[in-house]
Design a protein around this ligand. Sequence first.
Ligand code: SF4
Ligand code: SF4
Length: 357
Amino acid sequence: MNASTATKREFGQNDLENRHEAALAVKRQALALGADAVAIGSIDRWKGAPTQMDPRQIMPECKSVIGMVFRVMRGSLRGIEEGTYFSNYSAMGYGGLTYLYIPMTVINLSKFIEDRGYEAIPYGHQSDWRAIDGDGFLGKGSRPVAPGRAAPDVMVHLRIAAYLCGLGEIGYSKMFLSPQFGPRNRVGIVLTDVDLEEDPIYDGPQLCNKCMACVKACPGGCIPADKTVKVNLAEKEVEWSDIDMDGCNLTFRGGRKSEVEVPPEKQYIDEGADTVPGSWSPFNHKPRNLYNTGQAVCGARGCTRACMISLENRGVLQNKFKDKFRRRKQWSVDWNEAPQYPADAIFRKSPEGLDAD
Ligand code: SF4
Ligand code: SF4
């Protein structure tokens, strides 16, 4: 054999005929490619899924969904926790994972499967073309190509997929919680027509104990304590808070609605009417996106940081640290105080690099 023309298939150790062996081979490969945890859900667990979120709409012959957890490093939250370095979470813990690291892994895992004669669809966070919004409603941008088919693009719910693969729980905050990292995860999946041995739905130590730390710490009050959504997943009722998505959309970028009219040049977010920086943002104008979407100024103060602190204090997470995460009093910015930079630098005329998109 000429090594220079050899394909990966010729170096393959396993065919994927035996579902137990195939699952082990696929999981081994996923971890080697950079996933932090991997588990498999059989496609029948998506029975009853809304058409626009059903993986079978993308791949009718799909037999297995391979779910992978990618950790958001605790260190990527450090700069926001200290109030001094915000871009790292948006870049390394958000957009970089979404647009670089997860695609690399799911693409390479899909190649591993395709080199063995089965089809595989790498599926990450990108949902820019989706026809449904964050609340699951069908948008107006596309139409089904035939009766019974979803309108393009189907959006598989990744947190639910992680749950159905057995990777962990969905917490009260609606964040996916893994036993390794709590809420510090992003999720990638591969859909495939290989019949892989499935993992059980997560049944390990309880992660979410409804401590409500997420509710109390969300700066925009976007996680209601008394309004929930119940969903049936693989014949089990799962409940989470009915998140105020619009509120989060403004709050997580560091903004809040102003009670008074705000002149255009002083808007915190250009597209939002009358927005000003909240006490959880040190920026006078929303920083531009990183890797297309990363703009998480709030640093997931409630749904990730407060939750992680709560879970770490209870000792239920596998990723242990020598020192606790919160080491100093939480900061907040009083925007009524005199600004500490020149008057002409305030608001839209922000420091270089902080201009609007
Ligand atoms: S902060 Fe508490 S209630 Fe909220 S998701 Fe985490 S464990 Fe559950
Ligand atoms: S991202 Fe921020 S605003 Fe949105 S729910 Fe989490 S803590 Fe609240």
